[in-house]
Design a protein around this ligand. Structure first.
Ligand code: PMP
Length: 393
């Protein structure tokens, strides 16, 4: 039984939560009505925790593209691209993503998680050193561990701390890999990318930016923080996911480095897993075109984010960052956060509950993610529920 001993603490916590009637990690959306409304526990519920930033999950053209692929290419690829070959859509999507960023080439992966895992496992080996922002996503940490590189964390959004650590590396700094995100997934704050690029220019090294939450959200064409700040040429690798603004599942890395193609031959998370299904590729290709042309969607998204952020600020909630599509309410105490989350759901508002150790600085977060598809009425309804619950925090 010893193998299961490690789950004892978890099991006790789950029992406690069950007794309180709370299961934040087992929510079932029984029916999807629109990209921002579903039925949960039999109740119409506003979905404000889905990362569906542009609201494209039910876009008729994306669905039609997926349906055609499903009909003519089947439900799955049944194997990895290395062993079983690529479908034409895989390569086309790679070329379209490269063109979208104006970069040389792209590798796509079966999930966004695997994009980080696959890139870092192959790129950052035991003789290499990576410097990662302390708030980086789990997939970045896991990729570094899989590759076996020396991991140095620098203080979140702190270019001076990065510079200090690079300085200590001496000559090794020139080959170090710096890892940051465009918009951070937990608090919704942005990387100080200009300053980080300045540090990279001073010390050398390579820069990888994970734009999972900023693709489709920032930049005129939706290319993320690198595009918005005009720093595309400074990002050696841009990683992203199909699962948020693009409304699908999968991930990618674009780069100008010719060696990118060699990652395919050395990345276990690329080689030893089935490639994305034809329907996923088809809907993602369609969504990418819409994302690029979607200035109106981005405008709507930012209006909604601003409205929710202003509403919650006026109510006196402590928020994790200035307005962005990720709006995190900081709550003192895990139990308080759990109860608050439950009350929101009972009143028809679904958001994410984020608890330590997944959160920065051990705080508990009620994390809202805003969509271009939210109506003004839905944003106001979410604010009204937060107003009703204000006294409980
Ligand atoms: N990177 C970041 C910064 C993320 O927030 C996430 C998902 N939350 C991922 C990568 C993984 O993406 P996916 O869920 O598409 O696998």
């Amino acid at each position: 039984m010893a193998i299961f001993d490690k789950f004892k603490a978890l099991s006790a916590t789950r029992q406690q939560l069950d007794a309180l009637g709370i299961n934040p990690f087992g929510v079932q959306i029984e029916r999807i009505i629109t990209p921002t409304e579903g039925i949960i526990d039999g109740r119409p519920t506003i979905l404000a925790g889905t990362n569906n930033y542009l609201g494209l999950t039910l876009d008729p053209e994306c669905i039609a593209a997926a349906r055609t692929a499903l009909e003519f290419e089947g439900t799955g690829t049944t194997g990895s691209r290395m062993a079983n070959g690529s479908y034409s859509g895989h390569r086309k999507l790679e070329q379209e993503l490269a063109a979208f960023y104006g970069k040389r080439d792209t590798i796509i992966f079966s999930t966004g998680y695997q994009a980080n895992l696959g890139m870092l496992a192959a790129l950052a080996g035991p003789d290499d050193v990576v410097l990662l922002d302390a708030d980086c996503h789990a997939s970045i940490y896991d990729g570094c561990r899989l590759g076996g590189a020396e991991i140095i964390r620098f203080r979140h959004n702190n270019p001076e701390d990065l510079a200090k650590r690079l300085r200590r590396l001496g000559r090794r700094a020139a080959d170090a890999l710096i890892l940051v995100e465009g918009i951070y997934s937990m608090l919704g704050d942005r990387a100080p990318l200009k300053e980080i690029v300045d540090v990279k220019r001073e010390f050398g090294g390579y820069l990888m930016v994970d734009e999972a939450h900023s693709l489709g959200v920032l930049g005129e064409k939706g290319g993320g923080l690198v595009e918005e700040l005009g720093l595309l040429a400074d990002a050696d690798f841009i990683v992203g996911t199909f699962s948020k603004s693009l409304g699908g599942a999968g991930g990618f890395c674009v780069s100008d480095h010719v060696e990118l193609d060699l990652i395919r031959y050395s990345s276990r998370p690329y080689i030893f897993t089935a490639s994305p299904s034809p329907a996923t590729i088809a809907s993602t290709r369609c969504a990418l075109r819409k994302l690029e042309a979607g200035t109106h969607l981005r405008q709507r998204l930012h209006e909604n984010a601003e409205r929710l952020h202003t509403g919650l600020t006026k109510l006196g909630y402590k928020l994790g960052a200035p307005a962005s599509p990720v709006i995190a309410v900081v709550v003192e105490g895990t139990l308080e956060a759990l109860q608050f989350w439950k009350q929101l759901l009972h009143r028809g508002v679904y958001v994410n509950l984020m608890l330590p150790p997944a959160t920065p600085d051990g705080v508990s977060l009620i994390r809202c993610s805003v969509s271009a598809a939210h109506t003004t009425e839905q944003i106001d309804a979410v604010c009204a529920v937060f107003a009703e619950l204000r006294s409980s925090l």
